[in-house]
Structure formats: C-alpha cells, structure tokens
Design a protein around this ligand. Structure first.
Ligand code: ZN
Length: 207
C-alpha cells in the first residue's frame, strides 16, 4: 500500500512491553533492532472525511487549488531540512524529517508520473510502489538534506505545473491502483495533496 507512513508503532510497543523487566543492555539491543512498521493502511478514506491527525479535509479542496497547495507545501520543507536535527529520528520507529522529505519528494515524482499515465490512457493501471521498501533501498536516512531540499521543491513545481495544465474535460479520466482503488484525476489530486500536508504535520511544521 502507499502513502502516509512511519506513523505507528505496534511492533515496537509490544516489544517494549515484553522487555520492560530486562537489564538495560538487553533493552538497548532490542531498541536498536526496531524498524519502521510498513504501512498497510488504505488511506483513500481521506476523500470521505477529515484527517483526525493533521486536520486536512480533502472534501473542501477544489481541484484548482491543488497546484497552489503543492507549491506552498514544498516551500515549507527547506527550513525543515536546515534544522540541525533533521537527520535524527525522534523515535527509532518514526522517520526523521529528512526521511519524510525524501518520501514527499518521491510522492511528488510518482504522482506526476501517474498523472501523465492517466492523461495518456483512460483507465490505466498503476504499477505497485512500496514506499517503505523505497525508503530502505534508496537510503533515505543517508541522503544530503541540502540536495533533497532542492529536489523536493523542483518536484513540487513539476507536479503543480502538471495539475495546472489539466483541462476540465480531462478531470474524469481514470487510473486504477494495484490494490483495485480507482481514482479520477479529480479525486486523485485531492487524495494526493493530503500526503505532503500530513507529513509536514508529522515534522511539526504545518500551518
Ligand atoms: Zn492527515
């Protein structure tokens, strides 16, 4: 599944509870082994109700607002990446600001590609994208924050321009995700824009 990740800690909390009685060294060993819990939640509910965490309500967003929202969001990330602790995870099972930024940059790129696919072929099927696997294989935590800042803003500009170029008669074109979830360009845009907004909230930089 995809979008909005690094939020939950069930695997960690169970492990932490189990190891509460262990000596400090044993607890530390467990602590180091913690990984980000893969996100398997279907986030398409964001089209039907407000997000209880970041407060974003996709139902209130008009398609024409999406390019502006994307550019505004992208502009908020470089200061986050300049934080001295941008590379540090506040909890071992939660992405660092740098890792969130890498994810947002890649979401901008991925959704721009998918938008192009929908414009080229009505009813196109998207290949699966495993965001958690990408974070590991692309070594998000080791990327250079100053480069990621430039790439994120450029990717945000690119997808904002792509959405701005969509004409009214193209809004109903469809795309289908590998799990069967179906979008029109209009719902795809409103679904997509929650993700960077939510992650800005994750790193404490929203609004
Ligand atoms: Zn949210």
């Amino acid at each position: 599944m995809e979008l909005v990740t690094g939020l939950r800690l069930p695997r960690t909390s169970v492990t932490a509870r189990r190891n509460r009685g262990l000596p400090a060294r044993a607890r530390l060993a467990t602590f180091r082994a913690v990984e980000i819990e893969p996100d398997t939640k279907d986030w398409t509910w964001v089209l039907r109700r407000p997000c209880a965490e970041c407060g974003f309500d996709a139902r209130e967003i008009a398609f024409v607002e999406v390019p502006g929202l994307v550019r505004e969001n992208a502009a908020a990330w470089p200061p986050v990446l300049e934080r001295p602790d941008a590379v540090q995870r506040s909890r071992p099972d939660r992405w660092s600001p740098l890792e969130y930024a890498c994810h947002v940059r890649d979401v901008f790129r991925l959704f721009d590609t998918r938008l192009g696919m929908m414009l080229a072929t009505d009813g196109v099927r998207f290949p699966n994208w495993d965001q958690d696997e990408t974070a590991v294989t692309d070594r998000y935590g080791e990327q250079d924050p100053s480069i990621v800042a430039v790439e994120l803003v450029a990717a945000g500009d690119a997808i904002a321009a792509s959405f701005a170029a969509v004409t009214d008669d193209q809004l109903g074109r469809r795309g289908i995700r590998s799990d069967g979830a179906e979008f029109t360009i209009e719902t795809f845009a409103r679904y997509f824009v929650h993700d960077p907004v939510h992650h800005l909230w994750d790193v404490g930089a929203a609004g």
